[in-house]
Design a binder for this molecule. Sequence first.
Ligand SMILES: NC(=O)C1=CN([C@@H]2O[C@H](COP(=O)(O)OP(=O)(O)OC[C@H]3O[C@@H](n4cnc5c(N)ncnc54)[C@H](O)[C@@H]3O)[C@@H](O)[C@H]2O)C=CC1
Ligand SMILES: CC(=O)[C@](C)(O)C(=O)O
Ligand SMILES: [Mg+2]
Ligand SMILES: [Mg+2]
Length: 347
Amino acid sequence: MTNDELTTTVYYDDDADRSQIDDKTVAVLGYGSQGHAHAQNLSDSGVDVVVGLREGSSSRDAAEADGLRVATPAEAAAEGDIVSVLVPDTVQPAVFEEIRDELEAGDTLQFAHGFNIHYNQIRPPEDVDVTMAAPKSPGHLVRRNYEAGEGTPGLIAVYQDETGSAKEEALAYAHAIGCTRAGVIETSFQEETETDLFGEQAVLCGGVTSLVKQGYETLVEAGYSPEMAYFECLNELKLIVDLMYEGGLGEMWDSVSDTAEFGGLTRGDRVVDDHARENMEEILEEVQNGTFAREWIAENQAGRPSYTQLKDREENHHIEQVGAPLRDLFSWADEDEKEAAEAPADD
Ligand SMILES: NC(=O)C1=CN([C@@H]2O[C@H](COP(=O)(O)OP(=O)(O)OC[C@H]3O[C@@H](n4cnc5c(N)ncnc54)[C@H](O)[C@@H]3O)[C@@H](O)[C@H]2O)C=CC1
Ligand SMILES: CC(=O)[C@](C)(O)C(=O)O
Ligand SMILES: [Mg+2]
Ligand SMILES: [Mg+2]
């Protein structure tokens, strides 16, 4: 299927006009998963970057060690023509209030997720552009793929176009962080927010980890060794998903045995059944009607009691106790490979 046959236009490197960003300064607020990747990729792409971090932030040393200028969020925003808000969603409203007065007419407020705009937690001034360039990838792979000369797919969206060139600038930003190497699709703040929240809750982060833990617990409670259960239900999942990533479900089905294919096709829907689908639809509705957003905002206002308890329970799950030493064994193989690579040639 060519781009013309796709229902959505996919933008690539040649579709981006880098003159929209090359003479501008980008203030990247936050230096975490997305922030470190955007800042370094933008800088390596030749864009002037200043990182905005709180005084005393533990991320300051890392950003400076990576050769980037660091300032406070307000100082960075004052310098920036584009202010990329890459602090945690739950602190963005407070950080926005810190920088609001530093924004000038024609500046751009740029996001990697639409949560605070879509749920009206940030109401931007009317004289700036509001855009999104959102990698569809964890930040560390945004950076790793960029350094490998590749990219990660991304989305762009325009919420407010005061200058008349918001989309073109967002596409130039997506180019500079490497996303147009892989492909960029235009969406809206609403669509990105709702699909991203649903996807991370029901499939990518919540659904998958629950499936892995349930499978692991089923095997262990039936008497099988935890190591066997770990290899079967967690470790091999990467290898299976890699095939799906490369060539869709079909490439995975073609690679596994007929036995696995028959077993999977006849039993998969008994595990993720109609009830699971009803739960997914309920989760999507909670995203769409703001129930999840209100719950997450209230959780943070209360000091994250449930989040902390759930995180602690997850970190102490038996699969994590079993997995750590097993992965160290794998890293031993890496160490072995490293030694081999560093050893002088026997010539
Ligand atoms: N983690 C990911 O891979 C993805 C994240 N996003 C979005 O990117 C944005 C940033 O998320 P992450 O990179 O995950 O955040 P993170 O939690 O990894 O990093 C947050 C950064 O902000 C800094 N920070 C925290 N509080 C601050 C404050 N009050 N003032 C100034 N700096 C502060 C921290 O020091 C850290 O450098 C969010 O909107 C998120 O939804 C979008 C796509 C994927
Ligand atoms: C990595 C990503 O795309 C997520 C799961 O949406 C996120 O980290 O918010
Ligand atoms: Mg996401
Ligand atoms: Mg997300």
